[in-house]
Design a protein around this ligand. Structure first.
Ligand code: SF4
Length: 238
């Protein structure tokens, strides 16, 4: 599997996201899934995937701390495109133990607490969501953050032992929003209230014009540590 990364990367160069999705699905069939955080990028990919020739396989992680607006766009997407998300929740024993010991807002106190919470509520469910799959697609773009600036289209996910594909890799924010408007893609209502990047409700806030899109996520932390762990891995790519 890992040996296919280099060829897949070559294929993706100068290809549209639609072509990349179609190729990956053609190559891997039902072993391919799309991770949706319900953000604008993932909504674009959901639209493209659902307008293809195959039954889309899309999952979402319900951390238990999402905004109502995020549930609204999930429902709207299911109604419009006629698919069902595979939904993954955190293990309730782990959440109960964490909140009982540290309290409901422990993630504001230390980076370690925040990382623990992201692990329990996001990273562990992600591992379950990816079990049995060969490829996962994400809406990551290079322009989103410093950490993502050198990502390839296709990389080997060493943590989960499968291929990760980023069809929107080279898209700008304008590309995303031009597509949303042109195709009337359903998006989270919070985007119009100053939230460019949306995660859990207590860890996301609106940003001012000109501020970095990720600055509203875990705003109390050092910018260099702003990843939830979903996309951290030992990166190996062609
Ligand atoms: S984003 Fe915040 S609430 Fe959500 S899992 Fe991470 S620390 Fe917990």
């Amino acid at each position: 599997m890992k040996d296919r990364v280099e060829a897949l990367n070559r294929y993706c160069l100068d290809r549209s996201p639609e072509a990349i999705i179609a190729y990956v699905v053609d190559q891997f069939g039902g072993a391919c899934t799309l991770a949706s955080s319900l953000g604008a990028e993932d909504q674009v990919l959901t639209h493209m995937y659902c307008n293809g020739d195959v039954n889309p396989d899309i999952f979402m992680i319900d951390t238990g701390r999402l905004h109502q607006e995020t549930y609204d766009v999930a429902q709207k997407s299911m109604d419009r495109y006629g698919f069902r998300y595979r939904v993954f929740f955190p293990q309730h024993e782990a959440v109960e133990a964490m909140v009982t010991q540290h309290g409901p807002n422990h993630f504001y106190k230390t980076v370690a607490n925040r990382q623990d919470c992201c692990h329990v509520r996001k990273v562990a469910p992600l591992s379950r969501a990816l079990t049995g799959y060969s490829v996962w697609m994400t809406g990551l773009r290079r322009a989103q953050s410093i950490e993502r600036a050198t990502m390839p289209y296709v990389e080997w996910d060493d943590r989960h032992h499968l291929i990760k594909v980023n069809p929107l890799l080279m898209w700008s924010k304008s590309d995303v929003w031009d597509y949303v408007r042109a195709q009337d893609v359903p998006v989270n209502a919070l985007h119009n209230q100053g939230y460019p990047s949306i995660g859990c409700a207590p860890c996301t806030r609106a940003v001012l014009p000109g501020e970095n899109d990720r600055s509203g996520r875990w705003w109390w932390e050092d910018a260099a540590k702003k990843e939830c762990g979903l996309h951290l891995q030992s990166r190996e790519s062609a």
